[in-house]
Design a protein around this ligand. Structure first.
Ligand code: FAD
Length: 337
């Protein structure tokens, strides 16, 4: 166990905040041992996967536990489907690559999302028309109240847009230890209609794409649009796309005719990036923090020296200006610590 340990290498914003205590665990036994340590037992806990969806706004006065449980196994279910299980510490993109190398389909549209497998259910990670809920079977969790193992199935996870039980009533109560997905093995469902996948496949000269081709297209698009956290600190989309009542959307459309929206019943999902851009934030920098020049939804640690508080305050200014101009309250997607 380390004391006063810098978490800078453990968060993709590259914020330099300390944890009072820090340890890494590689198995359930090591995790339970760390949780039972009498020196830290009463302190708040922070679980860290890839650190790509956290903003450390101050030093963490508790025990930070980096989850490094590794392993993947596969079970055939029928002629065309496998259950593929990965432990929480597996890197998400490497896991997707493992699946593609073994011709397991269903996760290719989620290529290159940073973070770990164990965190993927927390916000039901999604991109390019796919969310993990589409192929999720269950996950094993450790209940922090009684240190017993439990299994959460699809229904119990209550997945929504960037949401699950683990962000709501189950928040802080469970550690996810492994996740099982139901993946195709021979006949795949290729999804190319979302975003620029189709045009990228055309650029690559591919007419009948395989799951591997779709992954390549997604990787190319993501690399051209999103800043690489290894080069510039960020946590991807900082805000969720807000969902507003249809009536409010119609009123806004009269005032701002270019506003885009994706209807869903009596509600409309509005791209947060567009709202932020309209308020003049795209590429704007204040001190060490900026909104990315290509994607205003991404807040970056522009100088590498930003504190978590500076990033948080910058995000508050964005929220205030969007609220003032459009009457829409943006919600942060990133977990504020
Ligand atoms: C460049 C970039 C692009 C991104 N693009 C997308 C995208 O397209 N779609 C998308 O959905 N997300 C995207 N994200 C966000 C991020 O990749 C996901 O939210 C990812 O699932 C976070 O995983 P992580 O392991 O890094 O989580 P961390 O940041 O380590 O943790 C996030 C939260 O989960 C908790 N936690 C971590 N592991 C566990 C566990 N095993 N059990 C219980 N709690 C745990 C942490 O305490 C924290 O509160 C992007 C991020 C970046 C930097």
């Amino acid at each position: 166990m380390h004391e006063n340990f810098s978490l800078k290498p453990y968060n993709t914003f590259g914020v330099d905040a300390n944890a009072r205590y820090f340890t890494e665990v590689h198995s359930i036994e090591e995790l339970i041992e760390a949780l039972n340590n009498p020196d830290t037992q009463t302190l708040p806990l922070l679980f860290i996967g890839g650190g790509s969806n956290i903003l450390l706004t101050k030093d963490f006065d508790g025990l930070a536990i980096k989850l490094n449980l590794k392993g993947i196994h596969t079970d055939p279910i029928n002629e065309n489907e496998f259950w593929v299980t990965a432990k929480s510490g597996e890197n998400w993109h490497e896991f997707v690559m493992f699946c593609l190398n073994n011709n397991f389909g269903g996760l290719e549209n989620l290529s290159l999302i940073p973070g770990n497998v164990g965190t993927s259910p927390i916000q039901n990670i999604g991109a390019y028309g796919t969310e993990i809920k589409d192929v999720f079977v269950n996950c094993t969790v450790l209940n922090l109240e009684n240190l017993q193992l439990e299994t959460f199935d699809l229904k119990q996870c209550k997945f929504g847009y960037r949401d699950s039980v683990f962000k709501q009533e189950g928040k802080g109560k469970y550690v996810i230890l492994d996740v099982t997905f139901r993946l195709t093995h021979r006949i795949h469902h290729i999804k190319t209609e979302y975003g620029a996948i189709q045009s990228e496949l055309e650029n690559l000269g591919i007419q009948n794409p395989t799951i591997q081709d779709v992954s390549r297209a997604v990787i190319n698009i993501r690399q051209s649009k999103l800043p690489d956290p290894k080069e510039i600190g960020n946590a991807g989309s900082f805000f969720k796309n807000p969902t507003i009542p249809l009536v409010q959307f119609k009123e806004l459309k009269q005032k701002f005719e270019n506003i885009q929206g994706y209807p869903n019943g009596d509600f409309v999902k509005v791209p947060a990036g567009w709202l932020i851009e309209q308020c003049g934030w795209k590429g704007k920098q204040i001190g060490n923090v900026a909104s990315h020049k290509l994607q205003s939804l991404v807040i970056i640690n522009a100088t590498g020296n930003a504190t978590g508080k500076e990033i948080f305050d910058f995000s508050t200014e964005i929220i205030n200006s969007v609220k003032e101009k459009f009457g829409i309250e943006l919600e942060r997607e990133v977990n504020i610590i």
